[in-house]
Design a protein around this ligand. Structure first.
Ligand code: ZN
Length: 46
C-alpha cells in the first residue's frame, strides 16, 4: 500500500484540505502548485 493513502494534503494558498483515499500515481495540484502533506491526522489542532 502506498504511504500516501490516508494522508491529509493541504494547500497553503486557499486552505483546501484533502484526504488521500486511493493512490492513482498522480500529483495533487491546487492553485498552481503541488499540495503539501499534512503530518498530523484529523483533529483540527491548528
Ligand atoms: Zn489551493
Amino acid at each position: 500500500m502506498s504511504d500516501r493513502v490516508n494522508r491529509n494534503y493541504f494547500c497553503r494558498t486557499c486552505g483546501n484540505l484533502v484526504t488521500f483515499v486511493k493512490d492513482g500515481g498522480g500529483k495533487l495540484i491546487c492553485c498552481g502548485h503541488e499540495m503539501e502533506i499534512k503530518k498530523e491526522g484529523f483533529g483540527g489542532e491548528e
